[in-house]
Write a protein that binds this ligand. Structure first.
Ligand code: NAP
Ligand code: MG
Length: 402
């Protein structure tokens, strides 16, 4: 069969350790035989980031803005141990942080659901997508440990020198203080990314904060979402039969437990951190979680939600067999290829992405899976495959499907 042609290249960001090994296997077994794959390749492996003084990460982010769709392999975020291991010139920043800042994006994460790996919450039939605001609040805080009695105030000095003051607390003994902020610009682009993604994926959107207690800070989030909705998205939502609503975060948590899923849950930075771990672990495994960074002007970067699976890589280096789950990385590729197909009007590419996802899930449902899934599945008599054979088995399933 002729290979499926592509017109615009995907921005391909290669990465580190075990996921780099999976990356090549996925391309060789599942993509190159079927697609005339066009990519603009950036090697974000830590060695090459170090060689280029991290310029390659910046370049890959610029290329993503230019072409609109990227697929990224997991990468090492350096720490002290990695400095020695890779003889780094500097403790380079997290590539994900760099790319997120360049794209001004919001991260959407959704579990990949499959028969045999049931969510702990019985009524969750469809995936719940978490949209996490990735700027500010407690992640950019300023803290003081108060040593003893004194007065704490919140002071804002405008450019013209005028000051606004609010008493925080009069301490009669030791305590703690924290200053946090956010910007209307960042909240607005978060809101736009959420509304656009909801329309794009045809799902309702929920947003929740604690505005009854935080009458200015959280209320500002609520107001901006409402304003953006009414001015820019209300008509489109109504035309698409979709719903947007705001509720209190505790009410949202209670309702989420009772739903069937199948919607987008937008969260402030901290709530998103906590709730995405709750949703993903309730759905079985980090290796079954997709992640896509979406910028307000419609640029997409697809990746797996997990890291480079270092422990498995060290086993691999020693020549031992690994059983690393490649599903999230495969879905990063299919997500990117489908989006490219949609943007370029190449329906064969969209069909290919759908079929490859279908084949991946069917392989698991047929009882052939990696060890992490075998440990939690409700299916009986499963076959545990190694990293390579799992991918080869998916290829067999795919060939039988088409
Ligand atoms: P990790 O790579 O997510 O792996 C943690 C553990 O989760 C693994 O040891 C493994 O458990 C299990 N696991 C994760 N993905 C799996 C998969 N695909 N198949 C099977 N099991 C899987 O986190 P880490 O080992 O703490 O971090 C390694 C490196 O990844 C770090 O350098 C970190 O900076 C980087 N990281 C990158 C990203 C990113 O690029 N998006 C995200 C997070 C972390 P068992 O060992 O029990 O089998
Ligand atoms: Mg977390």
């Amino acid at each position: 069969m002729a290979k499926i042609p592509m017109t615009t290249p995907l921005v391909e960001m290669d990465g580190d350790e075990m996921t780099r090994i999976l990356w090549k296997m996925i391309k060789d077994e599942l993509l190159l035989p079927y697609i005339d794959l066009k990519t603009e390749y950036y090697d974000l492996g830590l060695e090459h980031r170090n060689e280029t003084d991290d310029q390659v990460t910046m370049d890959s982010a610029e290329a993503t803005k230019k072409y609109g769709v990227a697929v990224k392999c997991a990468t090492i975020t350096p720490n002290a141990a990695r400095m020695t291991e890779y003889h780094l010139k500097e403790m380079w920043k997290s590539p994900n942080g760099t790319i997120r800042a360049a794209l001004d994006g919001t991260v959407f994460r959704a579990p990949i659901q499959v028969k045999g790996i049931e969510p702990c919450v019985k009524n969750w039939k469809k995936p719940i997508t978490l949209a996490r605001h990735a700027y500010g609040d407690v992640y950019k805080n300023t803290e003081i440990k108060v040593p003893g009695p004194g007065k704490a105030e919140l002071v804002f000095t405008a450019e013209d020198g005028t000051q606004t003051r609010e008493l925080i607390h009069t301490f009669d003994g030791p305590g703690v203080l924290q200053g946090i902020h956010n910007t209307d610009r960042s909240i607005t682009s978060f809101a736009r990314a959420c509304f656009s993604y909801a329309l794009d994926t045809k799902q309702d959107l929920w947003f929740a904060t604690k505005d009854t207690i935080s009458k200015k800070y959280d209320h500002n989030f609520k107001d901006i979402f409402q304003d953006v909705y009414e001015k820019e998205y209300k008509e489109k939502f109504e035309a698409a039969g979709l719903e947007y609503f705001y509720t209190l975060i505790d009410d949202a948590v209670a309702r989420v437990m009772k739903t069937e899923g199948g919607f987008i849950w937008a969260c402030k930075n901290y709530d998103g951190d906590v709730m995405s771990d709750m949703v993903s672990s309730a759905c079985g495994s980090l290796a079954m979680m997709t992640s896509v960074l979406v910028s307000p002007d419609g640029v997409y970067e697809y990746e797996a939600a997990h890291g480079t699976v270092q422990r498995h890589y060290y086993k691999h280096l020693k020549g031992e067999e690994t059983s690393t789950n490649s599903v999230a990385t495969i879905f990063a590729w299919t997500g990117a290829l489908r989006k490219r197909g949609e943007l370029d009007g190449i329906s064969d590419l969209v069909v290919f992405a759908d079929k490859l996802e279908q084949a991946t899930l069917k392989t698991i449902e047929d009882g052939k899976m990696t060890k992490d899934l075998a440990l939690i599945t409700s299916l009986e008599n499963v076959t545990v495959l190694n990293s390579e054979n799992f991918i080869k088995e998916i290829r067999k399933t795919y060939e039988a499907l088409v």
